[in-house]
Design a protein around this ligand. Structure first.
Ligand code: SF4
Length: 349
C-alpha cells in the first residue's frame, strides 16, 4: 500500500469524533477551520458549538453586527479572524447570492482565507485535490523524507507543497487531508513520536537514522520583544471609562485607555502622558496590580499595569459603563478582571 492508502486506512479506524466531521457544509467547515487556527481542539470545539448556536448559517452571520461576532469570539484571540469571517460572510451572502465558492482560487479571494483554509474547504467539501500544509503536515513530511529545508522559511513552502500535492490521492481528498493532520498530531508528535507503532516506521528516514527529534528543521527566530501597557481606569460614580479600539490586533473591541511604551515608565512619566492626552492633572491614582499581568502574542510579550484614577472631571471620548458584558474585550483585559475580581468590585459599588 502507498502512503495515502496507509494513512486513509488508519484514519478509518482511528479518526477523532469531532462535531465538524459530521458535515460537509462549507459554512460549518469554514467556521471550524478558522476557529482551529492557533487554537487547541478542546477549546476550539466549545467555541465552534457556541458559534454555530448563535450563527447557525451564513444568513445569520451576514446579518449580525461585528460587535456580536466579536463577543462570540471573546477569549479566542487573533480577533482579525472574527472580523474577516464576518466580512466574508457578508460578501458571500449579499454579493455572491448566498453561494459558497467551491474552487480553491475563488475561496482565496475571500478575506481571511489563505492557502491552508482554501485547500481544506475545497478538498473536504468539494473533493478538489488540494493538499493542506500546516505544522503537522510539515513535520511528518520532513521526518519521513528527511527534508533539511527549514519549515519556517518561505522558500521551503513551494518544496513541501509539491511533495504534499504528489501524495494526495484522487479520491477522498478531504479525508486524506484530515487523516494526515490527525496522524501527525497523534502519532508523529513534535516530542516523543510514537515510531514503535507507526505505520510508516519501516520507510521513514528520520526513524531509520534515529533522527526523529532533529526534524523538522527550523530557522531560529529573534527572542520575544517586550512592550509595556499602562491601562488607566477612570472611575466616576461607580462607572468606568472604556474606549473602542480603532486600529491593530483588537480593532473594534473595547478597553480602558492605555499608554504603550518600550520600557517600564515611571509614575511621573505616566502622569505626564495622562495630562497630555486627557488634560487632567489633579486626581487620585493607585496601582491595582503589583505584579505585571503578562500576555503573550506571537512575537511580543505585553507586560501590563492597571491604574485606578478617581476624582477627575468626566473624560470625553469613550463610554462610562458599569457592566462590561456587552463589550468585546481582549483576553488581556479578561485576565485582569479574573485576577482582580474587577467586575465584582464594580457591581458592589
Ligand atoms: S516513524 Fe516516527 S518520525 Fe517517522 S513518521 Fe512515524 S512517528 Fe513520525
Amino acid at each position: 500500500m502507498n502512503f495515502s492508502d496507509l494513512i486513509l486506512e488508519w484514519y478509518d479506524k482511528n479518526k477523532r469524533d469531532l462535531p465538524w466531521r459530521k458535515s460537509k457544509d462549507p459554512y460549518k467547515i469554514w467556521i471550524s477551520e478558522i476557529i482551529l487556527q492557533q487554537t487547541k481542539i478542546s477549546q476550539g470545539t466549545k467555541y465552534y458549538l457556541n458559534f454555530l448556536k448563535k450563527f447557525p448559517n451564513l444568513k445569520s452571520l451576514a446579518n449580525s453586527s461585528e460587535n456580536e461576532v466579536l463577543l462570540s469570539w471573546q477569549g479566542l484571540g487573533y480577533y482579525s479572524r472574527a472580523r474577516n469571517l464576518h466580512k466574508s460572510a457578508k460578501k458571500i451572502y449579499f454579493e455572491l447570492e448566498n453561494t459558497f465558492p467551491k474552487k480553491y482560487e475563488s475561496l482565496l479571494k475571500l478575506k481571511g482565507i489563505g492557502d491552508y483554509t482554501a485547500s481544506a474547504i475545497s478538498s473536504i467539501c468539494f473533493n478538489e485535490k488540494n493538499a493542506v500544509l500546516d505544522g503537522n503536515v510539515y513535520r511528518i513530511l520532513a521526518r519521513y523524507f528527511l527534508i533539511d529545508k527549514p519549515i519556517n522559511a518561505s522558500p521551503s513552502k513551494k518544496y513541501f507543497r509539491k511533495i504534499a500535492q504528489d501524495l494526495i490521492p484522487n479520491k477522498r481528498c478531504g479525508d486524506y487531508n484530515q487523516a494526515i493532520m490527525d496522524y501527525s498530531s497523534m502519532i508523529c508528535k513534535p516530542v516523543d513520536p510514537k515510531c514503535n507503532i507507526c505505520i510508516f516506521s519501516k520507510n521513514c528516514k528520520a526513524n531509520l537514522f534515529s533522527m526523529t527529534m532533529d526534524y523538522p528543521k527550523k530557522l531560529s527566530k529573534n527572542k520575544n520583544r517586550f512592550i509595556y501597557y499602562d491601562y488607566v481606569i477612570f472611575e466616576q460614580g461607580g462607572k468606568n471609562l472604556i474606549q473602542k479600539i480603532n486600529s491593530g490586533l483588537w480593532l473594534n473591541m473595547y478597553q480602558f485607555p492605555v499608554f504603550q511604551s518600550y520600557s517600564c515608565i515611571s509614575l511621573i512619566d505616566l502622569k505626564g502622558m495622562i495630562y497630555k492626552k486627557f488634560k487632567v492633572s489633579s486626581y487620585n491614582i493607585e496601582l491595582i496590580n503589583e505584579n505585571f499581568i503578562n500576555h503573550k502574542l506571537t512575537h511580543l510579550q505585553i507586560q501590563s499595569r492597571f491604574w485606578k484614577i478617581s476624582d477627575t472631571p468626566k473624560i470625553k471620548g469613550g463610554l462610562y459603563v458599569d457592566n462590561f458584558e456587552k463589550y468585546p474585550m481582549s483576553r488581556l483585559m479578561h485576565k485582569f478582571f479574573e485576577k482582580y475580581d474587577y467586575k465584582l468590585s464594580l457591581i458592589s459599588l
